[in-house]
Design a protein around this ligand. Sequence first.
Ligand code: ADP
Ligand code: MG
Length: 884
Amino acid sequence: MKWYQLDVDRVEQKLHVTANRGLTSKQVEQRRKQYGANVLEGQKNTSKWLIFLKQFQDFMVLVLLAATLIAGLLGEFIDATAIMVIVLVNGFIGYFQEQKAEKSLDKLKELSAPVANVLRNEEWGKVNSRDIVVGDIIKINSGDRIPADIRIVQSNSMETEESALTGESLPVMKHATAIVKNSLEAQDQVNMGFMGTMVTRGSGIGIVVGTGMESVMGQIASLMVNTKKIITPLEQRLAELGKILIILSLGLTALVVGLGVVQGQPVYDMFLAGVSLAVAAIPEGLPAIVTVALSLGVQRMIRKKAIVRKLSAVETLGSASVICSDKTGTMTENQMTVKEVYLNGEHIYVTGDGYDIRGEYFLNKNKLDDDFPNLKSMLLYGMLCNNASLQVKKGKYNVDGDPTDGALLVAARKLGLTVMLGEKYKVIKEIPFDSDRKRMSVIIEDEKGRRFLITKGAPDIMLPRSTFYVDKTGKRVMTTTDKNNIDLSVGQMAEKALRTIAIGVKPLSKDDSIDTAFLEKDLTFIGLYGMIDPPRKEVKSAIEECRQAGIKTVMITGDHVKTARAIAQNLKLLPEDGKVLEGYQLNQMSVDDLESVIDDTYVFARVSPEHKLKIVKAFQKKGHIVAMTGDGVNDAPAIKASNIGISMGINGTDVTKEASSLVLMDDNFATIKSAIQEGRNIYENIRKFIRYLLASNVGEILVMLFAMLLALPLPLVPVQILWINLITDGLPAMALGMDKSEYDVMKRNPRNPREGVFARGMGYKIISRGIMIGLVTLIAFMLTYQNNPDNLIYGQTIAFTTLVVAQLIHVFDCRSEKSVFSRNPFENIYLLLAVLSSLLLLLVVIYWEPLQPIFHTTALSLRDWMFIIGFAAIPTVLFGYTKK
Ligand code: ADP
Ligand code: MG
């Protein structure tokens, strides 16, 4: 017998669990040992050795190693060993950088790992999906990815999409009854839910019958391809740039070598110098440093409650020009409180705040109790047509489930009503709420066996479905006056920023069809709820900061247009002349129509998730870089289409999380702003160290080239070049990646996404500073060598030191786009440490006798140092104070 052929109680028996209790901790522990974690295997990690060896696969490094070997064979042991050691150290550093990047990416994956709603020890709680065991009772909702194979115990119009498994993309309706037939394919086992498939509608409960590799998905997991490492656009552009630079530096190196040989330098010396120069000049370490800078930035974002799912988002965030944000839950607290009730044609006011159950009902200053006509039944219906539950923890009330539903429970409590589901009332069927339908219904059977339908939803959806009306005089056919009065009240409530919900009923007889198509019409309209959902405190200032940063904020909501407008005005999101568009207007517009008005539009009200895609497209057509938030299943397409898809960590569904590139751990709009700020910062820092590294390389190549042109001896020997590449280039560059931003990044317009790496004058800066560094080093060398033609080592030490010091001074210039003097040089402690340690290592190489023959150095006097510092400071002093 297969699971789908068994009745639920047989399944329970077999797995030693009951669906309303769940497993005990002891059972869980035991099964976890027996079956292992609920994960699909087969995704192997790259071995550490491979990562280490990869550092040497670079072509130039191989050439260098070969050259060293030749040197060794020719008896130049000191040179050979020194170069070997430097290459090894270089390899280790690359290895650790890559490890670090890899680790923080793993941590990210863990942070966004899926969780499941599990019943254990008779209590519902969230558990990491990998810790689910066979026999666990799990609850799944629309938007969830099912974490393991389950036998369905209860289905509230639950539909799943199983294309990941079966290739069939039409949703499958699920139910709980056993199926007799034999050997059914997965798609026909409609009382089963499968790992990795997703719930598109409704909700349900199931017993886990298969986990990990034992699941149906696990059996085909071996067929799945390993996920490749994804390269961000920036990394890609840098890789392309790298190729150009390789050709350029190889060309220049060949020129240097050629000139040297023509001028009679020993061929072997020139060969080794050429290869070292090429190794130094090629910025092979650049991509690694970029990845490290990106992942360090990503960690800073995590501290600000933003989880980056795609590294490329970091970069795109910096050029975001529009944020389209959900109102409910993202801009507001998502803590609803019923403030007003419209009933019997009158406005009744409710006191109390949040989910606190203390509060009273007032009509014209008179306190009402539960014998007030229709009030009790309206509140009762609100409790029955409901998906949330109220929980008390330490005297504080909390809502589990939809806050809108929770507010209705609290409102009923204020009149002393509590849920009587299970005892007095039985739910026969539930048609769940979703943002497309904007309503929800239940069929209830009371203790006497009488059935009725309760529907609640957006008033404009409910009115056309209502034919009767009830007030103090009883039930009657609804008149146009009734309708107008209701419309008027909805408007009045919405203008006070209240979210409105209408509720209605319809009696059903036992043999009435409970098919969805026949329900939800000819309702008796009972009343309206008006609930407040206060804006989050930080949002108003976040919107203002975004505005100053040239980013437009747009509000999207399913709520009434007046509610949306009131809240938007409250948040100062909607300017005086700003437009508000409604869902029905969007229906009549093409993307092009929308494009022509979208720049003036700030609020979209009464929209369905489908409209979001249109909004994204229209903004993109206008050339915007769009960030779009979403939480429900139907938001996924818009999130995918946007440039930065943002999902909610708390209230979001698995499906939107998977589609998104950024997850807000706190569901908060203000977190988007922080992430953008961080994204802009990271980009500026990356620019800084690219500038530093490339200017340094230009300097290094030019000293050698100039020297050859002037028929001078080699100003730098190979080990020196390699040493500079390793110590003076690498460390400070990393430190620049951790620099604070120069200006307030949120006071500038977004970066143009098409802007190249060298934009805004950076290319000029690299070339001009590089030439200067090369020139001063050459002059220092020339002067020293002319006065001491027999002491080449002395001249070379001067050149080496001048080059290093010039770079270490220049690194401070790279922190600023304006003047080097506009920034406090002691601000970046990492940079200070990097510079100081480079200097210290320089002193060791110059003054420690055992190293002198290896690095071709000799001790320098104080006078030499003054001379060196004087020259080394010239590029920065001369150029550093200008903007150019
Ligand atoms: P939002 O984008 O603000 O979250 P929704 O699409 O969730 O908007 O809701 C749209 C409208 O549907 C609300 O204004 C309200 O009238 C109605 N509504 C919201 N939640 C529920 C619910 N749980 N049951 C019935 N109606 C609801
Ligand atoms: Mg909602």
